[in-house]
Design a binder for this molecule. Structure first.
Ligand code: NZQ
Ligand code: ZN
Length: 390
């Protein structure tokens, strides 16, 4: 177990009756609020009206940036930053999924730069310590952005999708009302849920020598939650228990509570970000296609016992098998979960992706070096895994 610092200052309001606290959380920073949202889901499910009415009752002045794309573009971030500069915005309110919250964080950082351009910050790998405050209202259980220090921004001109991180990007407060995720379609529910699963898994196996048993148990509990409740939420979109379990799992998976003391890796995420940078696919779907192939690729004598453990603890694979057989069963269980239970298409070919850009995507994922992880480290490894996904 490694030394670690845990510090997450985000204040979470969880549940059905918490929105009444929103005005005060915003007023802590000022009266001029930039509301950031996506393509309109918050107008259909009533959240937009609720925000407008709460703002009015507290004499808060709302400005708006709508139309944030899934996989938010740097150009949209810059548009928001320009509004902040012109209007003297005090606080940014994001209402949506990870794309909207990520866009809001990018705006928060860019608004305090001289030229209001987020892209140099992203490319420079700057750790953001100065930004406007962000408050988030989560509508999609998926990325963990509601409680983490990251935004993922895309530049479609250059096929780049890169994380921007910083302590200043952790939301000051997050509102999580599972009822606002009732309107998610089954596909988006499935993709979001698998994102949660993979956030845990990407850490789980890279724990390596630093394995900390209490954390493994907690990580497995979060993955079991996804396996148990996602099919329920897909069949019964208004099942509060299912939506609530997934929403809190989303926050737990990436607020760093599950990786203190372990070695953090993110092989599948590095590979997936290239897929969505080149092909604008849904992040969780890309992860679902990659994960079973990645597990097969890294499975050998040294990793099979922990893959088998995943099978036993999360999917109920039987005891008493050899490590190799157990790992094989575990990988089959992950595959069945993704492609049968969640019903996601199982290959890149199904998503109309061929091998044309695999080499450059793999090299880009490694950023000229290698990614951290077991066996899968180099551009050659990554290219092979992409090939396995065709
Ligand atoms: O745009 P709207 O109209 O809101 O519709 C969205 C969008 O079409 C819809 N949606 C969200 N909540 C809904 C809803 N539809 C109906 N009812 C609701 N309650 O779902 C679609 C996808 O939304 P998006 O925000 O893109 O999904 P998600 O939350 O999965 O975010 C994905 C983005 O976040 C990045 C991903 O790469 C991707 O770009 N990530 C961010 C991370 C972070 N900040 O830490 C980590 C992740 O690993 C990830 O990379
Ligand atoms: Zn993710």
């Amino acid at each position: 177990m490694n030394d670690f610092i845990f510090h997450n200052p985000d204040k979470v309001y969880f549940g059905k009756g918490q929105m009444k606290n929103l005005p005060q959380e915003l007023l802590n920073f000022g009266k001029k609020v930039l509301l950031v949202y996506g393509g309109g889901s918050i107008k259909k499910n009533g959240l937009y009206d609720e925000i407008v009415s709460l703002a009015k009752s507290a004499d808060i002045k709302l400005f708006e940036l709508s139309g944030v794309e899934p996989n938010p573009r740097h150009t949209t971030v810059n548009k928001g930053a320009a509004v902040c500069k012109t209007e003297g915005i005090d606080v940014i309110l994001a209402a949506g999924g990870g794309s909207t919250i990520g866009c809001a964080k990018g705006i928060a950082a860019a608004a305090l730069t001289d030229n209001g351009d987020v892209w140099p910050l992203v490319l420079g790998g700057v750790w953001v310590t100065k930004a406007l405050p962000v408050v988030a209202i989560l509508t999609n259980a998926a990325t963990g952005s509601e409680m983490d220090a990251w935004a993922v921004i895309s530049n479609m001109n250059t096929n780049e999708k890169i994380g921007l991180g910083g302590s200043a990007l952790i939301p000051k407060a997050a509102f999580e009302n599972p009822e606002y995720s009732y309107s998610l379609p089954p596909y988006q529910t499935a993709c979001g849920a698998f994102d949660i699963f993979n956030h845990v898994l990407d850490n789980y196996y890279f724990a390596g020598d630093a394995t900390f048993d209490m954390l493994l148990e907690m990580q497995e509990a979060v993955m079991r939650t996804v396996v148990k409740w996602t099919p329920v939420a897909m069949k019964e979109p208004q099942n509060y228990e299912a939506r609530a379990n997934l929403m809190w799992a989303s926050s737990m998976a990436l607020n760093t509570i599950l990786d203190g003391g372990t070695v953090h890796g993110c092989a599948c995420h590095m590979m997936e970000h290239e897929l969505s940078a080149y092909y604008d696919i849904t992040h969780g779907h890309g992860l679902a296609i990659l994960t079973p192939r990645w597990l097969s690729y890294i499975s050998d004598e040294s990793t099979a016992p922990s893959i088998y453990r995943l099978g036993k603890k999360v999917f109920g694979v039987e005891e008493g098998l050899s490590a190799a057989k157990g790992a094989e069963r575990a990988i089959k269980a992950v595959s069945e979960f993704c492609f049968e239970t969640l019903g996601l298409k199982s290959t890149l070919t199904d998503l109309h992706i061929d091998n044309k850009h695999f080499r450059e995507m793999a090299e880009h994922a490694c950023q000229g070096g290698s990614i951290s992880g077991i066996r899968c480290r180099t551009a050659q490894d990554i290219e092979k895994i992409y090939e396995m996904c065709l």
